[in-house]
Design a protein around this ligand. Structure first.
Ligand code: ASP
Length: 657
């Protein structure tokens, strides 16, 4: 049956080929285009506000046939001899064949036109000069060419006149004198935007038409840098005897920490979950004797989105048997150094070991103003008067999730009493002494004080003011008010995190008596000296966890794991107060630990965040080929999307409003 279908299909193809005729498949360039009388014209104008390009479907097969015959669309075309960005002055006189995307044409007269041609390597200026042999055909081809059409050109490399040299262009000393132009695929006129001219389009439009946006030089370079970084990472880790192992994408729902994406199956009531990280599998691999594992792994977390978060992201994930925290950190430092050397030609921390800081110290770097209660303190960051941010900039920075952080701008009027005028002043413990606070904070009229109250007991990754401080630094840098050289890379290990943090979900505390949750994940081992506190004061137990921070941003984290099945069960049951059902979801892990699992630990680096820093861009979307929008949607394909009634019924899913 299959064979019969194939024969039928190929005879249909033969029929189609004979209808089209040999000519359409021929090696021909002639495009029948009417010559325009205009003396200076741009390629057809693009409407940047348009978000719906006209459809390109042909009205009938006859139209399609005619169109195919017109161009060389399916004909052969010569193989390119060079990439656009490769051409240089030493090649003057050479005949070249180039392919790429036509940009806006500059037409001075019928005999003088300039057309920049772009491919992934760069842009070269093509020129039509004079009216010699073959020039008429070239002119005809250029006449009606729309920007971003794909063309193949032949010509001779010529030196530009001295006055026409463009030092800003990689190929600015030369141009290519056109001998022929083949149009391989002409764009329709209403492109939503032009890749390198996107000032008038918002990010949603750029995300929707991602293949246009990805043609932009900056994004092309980011994709290449990412690929190079992945190659360096693999090279380094394989050299260090790591084994790359792929772990399943269709995993199981386990109460590991983050909210998961679940995947229905046709087996009613049975679901997979996408892994929030390969954490459990990589521990199982240690129990399996793999010794050193790594993976450039996709992870999925259904969490509230922030500017630097994606529901689907990539980690450089690794795990090591019989290694101490120091061993793992040394391996990671080596990995980071190889990447920075290759991509930035920089030796991080001048070749010295990365510095370390205790969690408590790292978190309390912001200035203390007053104790509010036994459980809360008031803290502040100061914006000096010379750092002039507009009121709206400040407002944006101090709007955090649902919370607005108070900012006091010191004036002659309030400088002596601002502290006593705060809405929560009455809660401050002890004397309210504005003059003393001014001295401690070293502030004067013109300065702004950004204030926040936070729990005295530190937990989690960043305080609210910690986040504000980073955003403030970025905003000041963008405005040229703060000089943080982009080539400065300050790496830091932060250690000594509390193993457990107070539960954020008050309803859970009430209904299940779960006062604590794992600060990182429930598999992190306690610091040995704190083990005795596990029963009586678990909140005081430190974890063997370490975070890698770069210029104040967490780029990775890991830990030594619990390898004792008894201790792991104790943490699940007695400290985290998991129900028997929840504990049973980890039975595979407890089994693996009890089958002779070696002591082990590891770490995961956020590949997207790391690449954003390496590509000097504030947005991780700029280093991901097809990122989700800020609302978690893939605007290219329009997902998430609905299912048909039939699909829903196959999965026995009922959608309610
Ligand atoms: N799997 C952890 C995470 O995704 C990192 C680690 O502990 O290795 O945060």
């Amino acid at each position: 049956m299959q064979a019969i279908r194939t024969i039928q299909a190929s005879s249909r193809l033969r029929g189609l080929a004979s209808q089209l005729g040999r000519k359409s498949l021929a090696y021909s360039l002639s495009t029948k285009i009417v010559q325009s009388p205009s003396s200076r014209r741009q390629l057809s104008t693009h409407n940047p506000s348009s978000t719906t390009p006209a459809t390109t479907s042909a009205n009938s097969f006859a139209d399609l046939h005619a169109e195919l015959l017109k161009g060389a669309t399916f004909g052969g075309y010569p193989t390119r001899t060079h990439k656009c960005g490769e051409l240089n002055k030493a090649m003057v006189g050479e005949h070249v064949v180039l392919t790429g995307w036509a940009q806006n044409i500059r037409k001075f007269s019928d005999d003088l036109m300039f057309l920049p041609l772009r491919d992934h390597s760069g842009t070269i200026q093509l020129v039509l000069k004079g009216s010699g042999t073959g020039k008429g055909d070239v002119r005809k081809s250029l006449q009606d060419l729309t920007a971003e059409s794909v063309i193949c050109v032949e010509g001779r490399v010529v030196a530009r006149e001295d006055t026409a040299i463009n030092p800003k262009m990689q190929t600015g000393e030369i141009e290519v004198d056109l001998a022929s132009v083949r149009i391989l695929n002409k764009t329709h006129k209403n492109l939503p935007f032009l890749p390198n001219n996107q000032s008038q389009v918002n990010e949603e439009v750029r995300l929707k038409y991602r293949c246009l946006d990805l043609r932009r030089d900056a994004l092309q370079q980011n994709l290449r840098r990412r690929s190079l970084a992945a190659w360096v990472i693999r090279d380094y880790l394989v050299e260090q005897d790591f084994v790359e192992v792929e772990t399943p994408m269709l995993f199981k729902s386990t109460p590991e920490g983050a909210r998961e994406f679940v995947v229905p199956t046709r087996n009613s009531g049975s679901f997979y979950a996408l892994p929030q990280s390969p954490q459990q599998y990589k521990q199982l691999l240690m129990a399996s004797g793999v010794d050193r594992y790594f993976q450039i792994a996709k992870c999925f977390r259904d969490e509230d989105l922030r500017a630097d978060r994606q529901p689907e992201f990539t980690q450089i994930d690794l795990e090591v048997s019989f290694g101490s925290a120091r061993d793992i950190q040394a391996l990671v430092e080596g990995l980071v150094r190889s990447v920075w050397r290759k991509l930035k030609d920089v030796e991080p921390c001048g070749g010295e070991p990365f510095p370390r800081m205790n969690y408590q110290v790292a978190m309390s770097k912001i200035q203390h103003v007053a104790d509010i209660t036994d459980e809360n303190i008031l803290e502040a960051i100061i914006l000096k008067g010379s750092m002039k941010l507009s009121g709206s900039d400040l407002k944006k920075l101090t709007q955090h999730d649902t919370q607005v952080i108070p900012v006091v701008k010191l004036t002659d009027k309030n400088v002596d009493n601002w502290l006593s005028k705060l809405p929560f002043t009455h809660k401050i413990k002890g004397a309210v002494d504005t003059a003393a606070a001014n001295r401690t904070l070293d502030v004067q009229v013109g300065d702004s004080i950004i204030l926040n109250t936070r729990p005295t007991f530190l937990s989690g990754g960043q305080t609210v003011l910690g986040k504000v401080r980073l955003e403030l630094a970025n905003a000041l840098k963008m405005k040229g008010l703060l000089d943080i050289p982009s080539s400065q890379y300050n790496f830091l290990w932060v250690e000594g995190f509390p193993l457990f943090s107070p539960s954020e979900d008050a309803s859970m505390v009430d209904t299940t008596n779960r006062k604590l949750s794992a600060t990182h994940h429930p598999f992190t081992a306690p610091v040995a000296e704190d083990l005795h506190l596990l029963e009586t004061s678990p909140e005081l137990v430190r974890g063997q966890h370490y975070d890698l921070v770069l210029n104040g941003v967490e780029i990775g984290g890991g830990s030594i794991r619990i390898h004792s099945p008894k201790l792991q069960s104790y943490v699940f049951e007695q400290v985290l107060k998991m129900t028997p059902l929840e504990c049973s979801r980890f039975s595979h892990l407890i089994d693996a630990l009890s089958f002779g699992c070696p002591p082990h630990g590891g770490l995961a680096l956020g590949f997207d965040r790391m690449m954003a820093i390496l590509c000097d861009t504030p947005s991780i979307r700029d280093v991901i080929a097809f990122p989700k929008s800020s609302s978690g949607r893939d605007l290219v394909v329009g997902s998430p999307s609905g299912l048909t009634e039939q699909q829903l019924s196959e999965y026995k899913i009922k959608v309610t409003e």
